[in-house]
Design a protein around this ligand. Structure first.
Ligand code: FMN
Length: 352
């Protein structure tokens, strides 16, 4: 049975389909709908206090009885930003002026960490899975999370990164192909242009590690799920495909852009957040890129570009998405899961 393996048994899932945790775009209602339909729901913890994070997890628990994946992107504090990237700020102010959004906010430096408050919350609430992006936390935090019986995942964009993660004790690896929407999960300093697409990356990671491998990047329908399973994935993680679900907190302009995307609508760029991320090309991306002005350090740049979403204009809104955005469908999450499962079963049955 294609839908069951050691990983799905360990996490008590009916389907090897994970909904990617995507910061504030992912809601307890989305994660719960995915979980109730047999997949693994995911919630982003980025930017949420431990109290709010706990509230989000409680919201999920009220609506679902299954497993939950909570996610922490990790990064270092870039320090004082007082005089950093002034040409970029000037450019962005012109966008704010056009959209009548007032003065640009003061950039804020921050670090992405599992704070003591968050760790205590995780130990108390015990989500079934904790996943990391941009590498792993310090060994003592990893140990504390694992000691609480939580399954730990992290994204890798190359075989070398996958090997590093296995050596650090992760329970599973998310192989993130270059097609993937959102931030590249890379943490080893490897050049972005050297990171492989999923068709190359996945079987090589599967060969290199013993832990289960979850495939991510460009997966959006039964064909792509079946292909990932055939290449050795124990599960798939879909991000962009869930952005058009009713339960996702995605603005209308962004949804509209997803609905008209094609195979060459996206590019990897640093101009939206300060870190390489795949997003839909629009006037904001084009003009910031053409200027060659240096973005502020991650995620201060996003703190300045994100409010442009209030313009309601898809040319000014940051819209992270993968290369298979055109395969995404506007469906409630439960129906999307049912459709994906049915399509995958049908595809695989053709090889019997
Ligand atoms: C809008 C968006 C936001 C994302 N945010 C996160 C995140 O906060 N943490 C994370 O681990 N991955 C994040 N990702 C990446 C996903 O985990 C996954 O690698 C990616 O969505 C897979 O490619 P796909 O979008 O083609 O399905 C995000 C992806 C998108 C599209």
């Amino acid at each position: 049975m294609w839908s069951q393996n050691e990983l799905t048994e360990r996490l008590n899932l009916h389907l090897p389909i994970f909904q990617a945790p995507m910061g504030g775009y992912t809601t307890p209602a989305l994660a719960a709908a995915v979980s109730n339909a047999g997949g693994l729901g995911g919630l982003g913890m980025w930017g949420f206090s431990a109290e709010d994070a706990e509230r989000r997890i409680a919201g999920f628990r009220q609506q679902a009885g299954g497993a939950l994946n909570v996610n922490y992107p990790l990064w270092e504090d870039p320090g004082d930003l007082t005089n950093t990237s002034l040409p970029m700020r000037e450019l962005l102010q012109a966008f704010y002026d056009k959209a009548e959004l007032g003065p640009l906010p003061t950039p804020v430096a921050s670090a992405g960490v599992v704070s003591p408050d968050h760790l205590a919350m995780l130990q108390r609430v015990k989500p079934e899975v904790v996943s990391f992006h941009f590498g792993l936390p310090d060994p003592d935090i990893m140990e504390a999370i694992k000691a609480a019986g939580i399954f730990v995942l992290c994204s890798a964009t190359t075989v070398a990164e996958a090997r590093l993660l296995e050596a650090r004790g992760v329970d599973g690896i998310i192989a993130q192909g270059a097609e993937a929407g959102g931030h590249r999960g890379t943490f080893s300093g490897v050049d972005i242009s050297l990171q492989p697409g999923l068709f190359s990356l996945l079987p090589q990671v599967v060969d290199a590690v013993r832990v289960p491998v979850i495939a991510a990047g460009g997966i959006a329908d039964g064909r792509t799920i079946a292909a990932a399973l055939m290449l050795g994935a124990s599960a798939v993680q879909l991000g962009t495909a869930f952005l058009r679900c009713d339960e996702a907190d995605v603005p209308d302009a962004y949804r509209l852009a997803l609905s008209s995307a094609n195979d060459n609508s996206t590019q990897v760029t640093r101009v939206l957040s300060g870190r390489p991320a795949r997003a839909i090309r629009n006037r904001l991306v084009d003009e910031l890129s053409a200027s060659c002005a240096e973005p502020l350090p991650f995620p201060a740049q996003l703190g300045l570009t994100d409010p442009l979403e209030a313009s309601g204009d898809q040319e000014l809104t940051p819209m992270f998405a993968g290369q298979s955005a055109a395969l995404s469908r506007e469906l409630p999450a439960a129906e999307l899961l049912r459709t994906l499962a049915e399509e995958t079963g049908r595809r695989l049955a053709a090889f019997d």
